[in-house]
Design a protein around this ligand. Structure first.
Ligand code: DUC
Ligand code: ZN
Ligand code: ZN
Length: 476
């Protein structure tokens, strides 16, 4: 099956040009000047007219948690519903986290995640490994996983008693990363100190969702980020700090990068757009003092008065924010977030955004925050390079997988659950209700198969495949 995408502007991380794209089966066969006869007359089985639209690589969301057991419940999107929503929004690869908690064996957990995902994904998927219990067995598994295409390992400085590793354990895992080339990903918040602040807030009677934010102040993120950077420096491990929300943490990352260290920062749409004041402090008639639970996640949304959001956009433009993922970890209000009525510490942490990342970041282009090419870079190309997918994913070039999005810069997307709005994630609310985007995902192709077309999902849950990853291709 040959498909010719004509008339569009192909956008890469480095430039844009009017080009035709020929897809043959699952891969891109050629990227050519419009109407080029260099390959002789082209006979395609199907032609897609992309006139006036951008043709970009499929998005890569390198941070999702589908059906993850967490906070006494499980993330509400399954691999099936979550990857379908991803497809709707122009994301054609997710990298999800296999979870190893205390007492669990890493390899058992990897097998469990393969079982959950196989045959249930609308788009391609890969895995990172959470190491929640650093011990001889899990350190050995880190070597084994590299050979199985799982080449990045998340550690936690937060969540004592659940995922937190001591500094000594982190050091050991980093030594392993330095040795085998695995990328160390870090949830950087000082969990022990935060736990005390949380207990003190609850004892004062500060039980509403807003106090989730105030009990995780930016100093706790900056301190942990700095500590992680120092530990990485001692060991020589490459370090990728996930879901950075504090501008001070990013300053630490920028400083380390300036010194030539392999340190990278990820942020998420919620930290670019949402805030402690507007969302965690929200009190609609429907939810009263509890509405802010919709946006309880960690790291937390930060105070706009402190200027984090604007500064994050700046770091995104200048390169010290390496990429934008969602940390997609959805929970419903009913029966899930509600567990924390009267005690914010029981609200399961997480926001669902896998469907909206490409649109929300495109709005940054429209608003003059980032360039068109940087949009593709932070959403598609650098995530591919960062996580060993580049060449196959994250780029429109001959030989790459035909993961392609046709994006209309003059289209419009209304996000939310109301009529005429878009929301396909398995949640009973949208964290982005009412957001209006000056752009639209018109068509999504995953390995040569159209999965979203003309505003409808036409894919299947048997399409997505596990993608083994190489070591990071993005080290300094
Ligand atoms: N933070 C979240 O908000 N949810 C999942 C895990 C995490 O670190
Ligand atoms: Zn985390
Ligand atoms: Zn996460």
């Amino acid at each position: 099956m040959k498909t010719l995408i004509t008339g569009g502007t192909v956008v890469s991380s480095t430039g844009s040009a009017l080009q035709d794209v020929l897809v043959d089966g699952e891969t891109i066969a050629a990227v050519m000047a419009p109407g080029s006869q260099a390959l002789g007359p082209i006979t395609a089985d199907r032609t897609i007219d992309a006139t006036s639209r951008y043709v970009i690589p499929g998005g890569i969301d390198a941070h999702t948690h589908m059906e993850m057991p967490f906070g006494g419940t499980s993330a509400s999107d399954t691999f099936e519903t979550g990857t379908r929503a991803a497809a709707w929004g122009g994301t054609t690869t997710i990298v999800d986290f296999v979870v190893q908690s205390h007492g669990q064996r890493v390899q058992d957990q990897v097998a469990a995640w393969h079982d959950k995902a196989a045959g249930n994904c609308a788009v391609d998927y890969a895995f990172h490994q959470i190491i929640g219990d650093v011990n001889d067995d899990s350190l050995k598994a880190m070597d084994e996983l590299i050979g199985e295409g799982i080449t990045s390992f998340k550690l936690f400085m937060a969540y004592p008693g659940v995922f937190l590793s001591s500094d000594g354990q982190i050091l050991q895992a980093m030594q392993k990363g330095a040795e085998n080339g695995g990328l160390i990903m870090m949830h950087a918040e000082n969990g022990s100190a935060i736990d005390v602040l949380v207990q003190q807030a609850l004892q004062r009677g500060d039980t509403a969702p807003y106090f989730h934010g105030t009990s995780r102040p930016w100093q706790m993120e900056e301190e942990a980020t700095h500590r992680a950077i120092m530990l990485a420096d001692v060991t020589g491990a490459p370090l990728y700090v996930v879901h950075v929300s504090a501008k001070q943490a990013l300053a630490q990352i920028a400083k380390a990068r300036g010194a030539g260290q392999n340190v990278f920062g990820e942020t998420c749409p919620q930290y670019l757009y949402l805030s402690l004041e507007d969302q965690l402090g929200a009190r609609s008639d429907e939810w009263g003092g509890f509405e802010g639970a919709k946006w309880v996640c960690s790291t937390p949304l930060r105070a706009r008065a402190e200027g984090h959001q604007d500064e994050l956009w700046t770091y995104l433009r200048t390169g010290d924010v390496t990429s934008v993922s969602t940390d997609h970890c959805p929970f419903c209000m009913k029966d899930q977030k509600e567990m924390g009525i009267g005690d914010f510490s029981r609200i399961p942490n997480g926001i669902g955004s896998v469907e909206h990342r490409m649109d929300l970041l495109f709005q940054g282009v429209k608003d003059g925050r980032i360039s068109l090419e940087r949009w593709v870079d932070v959403c598609c190309t650098t995530p591919a390079r960062m996580f060993g997918l580049y060449g196959r994913k994250g780029i429109i070039t001959a030989g790459a997988d035909a993961d392609i999005v046709v994006y209309d810069p003059e289209g419009h997307t209304s996000i939310g659950m109301g009529p005429g709005r878009t929301h396909h994630m398995n949640m009973d609310y949208s964290a982005w209700e009412g957001w209006e985007i000056d752009g639209h995902v018109d068509l999504v192709m995953s390995r040569g198969e159209v999965v979203v077309d003309g505003g409808g999902y036409v894919g299947s849950k048997s399409h997505g495949r596990f993608v083994p990853r190489s070591l990071s291709q993005n080290l300094i």
